[in-house]
Design a protein around this ligand. Structure first.
Ligand SMILES: [Zn+2]
Length: 479
């Protein structure tokens, strides 16, 4: 680990982000430009994200399966807007086994087409519905401008694909899964998100309607953090997903898809981190608490380590993800900085004085310095630590929510909108017209992030054209 100071978050957010990802050993650059290597610490965080989501998917009746990486090119061409949306980003395989292939294969950019094809084989009767399948995997989209975790050629994600007998059921599923994402983001990642609809312009290629959870990052830009799409009968018609209903009539199914990716790792870094490095929400942190033993002499060492080992065993038994930093040749000060940089929520210091007094020192990562320091007895420590992790989790969510809310503005006219989206979000009436949306994008680089489900009611004038509207929308610059 480098001992150099990180770039400051307020001065150079983008370099601050890159340095954290590399120095906390979350990910590294791969030899192919735009690809990333997810390192063990980053992957451990992703595994905790996976577990938190997977248990929610299963609790809502979904099962996991695996579909192939390679998809016949002709499949993508079956749904017109889908192929238009994805063709600029496709990686195409033209040769296999040393021979030119008769039909090129695409490396999946998403799996609606191959799964649609399989569903048309599997679904015959209304009794086969609904089909509720999720896949954990990776996809490739040939992005030109890439950032570790935020936008890479290949990324890891889950994609849910469901088929239903009625439009209502498919719509319900779309909202249910967006709700699952929101619940995960808020309660596990401590990221307050806003649920809403994407505009037609911003929706998924092939969807009738896309819904999204949008989060504000530490530089006030927006990050689309998970999406859930109502696909109507678009893919069912393209792939002939048909079933016989109770009256023996042949009907097309209604489908949905929903995905959340390793972008979420970037979201966690950019929402919670500070100038000392990463701050991980305790519920997802691979290491929730680190014990740093402090001693000078051999006698001190054996007395301290005896307590360290006991405390470690107690915390482990209580289910705390705990690590002891017993590396030799590093000062406690170096270790403090190192674990702060890696965002471990809680540090436990145990030195000779603590052994004498039967206490330990706790240091909260979210409150650097004296404010986050406390001295507690060794007896009953596991309960104390668990409670403190809950407190830290809540404090991170509260802080992020307060930051977000104080950076959402309600500009009164177009000039004011142009000013606020430079450094925050605008929450404004919008007539729904694509021209008004395009004008904002052209003038400010801000896009419509979502039309929130939660609307204020009443009517107002479109911030761009002045036409009366009953919908408010968030405009922001986004990742
Ligand atoms: Zn307008």
């Amino acid at each position: 680990m480098s001992t150099e100071k990180l770039p400051s978050r307020s001065e150079n957010f983008s370099e601050w982000y890159n340095q954290i990802v590399l120095r906390a050993e979350m990910a590294d650059y791969a030899p192919v430009r735009g690809c990333m290597v997810v390192m063990p610490y980053g992957w451990a965080l992703w595994e905790n994200i996976q577990q938190a989501l997977d248990s929610r998917f299963k609790a809502t009746g979904h099962v996991n399966a695996a579909f192939p990486l390679l998809i016949p090119m002709s499949f993508l061409e079956k749904e017109k807007s889908h192929v238009e949306g994805f063709s600029p980003e496709l990686a195409v395989v033209t040769h296999g086994g040393g021979q030119k292939l008769e039909e090129p294969l695409v490396v999946r950019p998403t799996s609606e087409t191959i799964i649609g094809y399989m569903y048309s084989k599997w679904i015959k009767s209304y009794r086969d519905l609904p089909v509720l399948i999720n896949q954990w995997g990776n996809v490739v989209r040939w992005e030109m401008r890439t950032r570790l975790f935020l936008r890479t050629l290949e990324f890891y994600w889950q994609e849910g694909h469901t088929a239903h007998a009625t439009a209502e059921e498919a719509q319900e599923e779309t909202y249910r899964m967006l709700g699952v994402y929101a619940d995960f983001a808020i309660n596990e990642a401590a990221i307050p998100v806003i649920q809403g609809f994407k505009s037609d312009n911003e929706k998924f290629a092939g969807a009738v309607q896309s819904t999204t959870i949008e989060a504000m990052m530490g530089d006030r830009r927006a990050l689309q953090s998970g999406t859930s799409h109502f696909l109507g009968q678009n893919f069912a018609k393209a792939f002939e997903i048909q079933y016989l209903d109770q009256n023996n009539q042949l009907e097309h199914a209604w489908t949905t898809s929903w995905g959340l990716s390793t972008r979420m790792v970037g979201a966690i870094i950019m929402t919670h981190g500070d100038d000392q490095g990463l701050i991980l929400p305790p519920r997802l942190a691979p290491i929730q608490a680190v014990i740093v033993p402090i001693f000078r002499s051999n006698e001190e060492q054996s007395a301290v380590m005896e307590v360290v080992e006991r405390v470690q065993a107690e915390l482990k038994a209580a289910g705390v993800r705990i690590k002891v930093d017993d590396r030799e040749g590093f000062t406690p000060g170096f270790k403090f900085n190192d674990w702060e940089m890696r965002g471990v929520p809680l540090r436990i210091e145990i030195g000779p004085k603590d052994v004498e007094k039967g206490s330990v020192a706790l240091a909260r990562r979210d409150l650097p310095g004296r404010a986050g320091k406390s001295f507690v007895p060794q007896a009953g420590l596991a309960t104390q630590v668990q409670e403190m992790l809950v407190t830290i989790q809540a404090a991170l969510l509260a802080r992020a929510t307060e930051f977000r809310d104080s950076n959402i503005h309600e500009p009164q006219d177009y000039e004011a909108l142009k000013a606020v989206v430079g450094d925050g979000w605008a929450y404004s009436w919008w007539c729904g017209d694509a021209d008004c949306e395009a004008k904002v994008k052209e003038d400010t680089k801000a896009t419509t992030r979502c039309i929130p489900f939660d609307q204020p009611g009443g009517k107002g004038k479109c911030i761009v054209c002045g036409k009366e509207s009953d919908k408010k929308v968030y405009f922001a610059r986004a990742y």
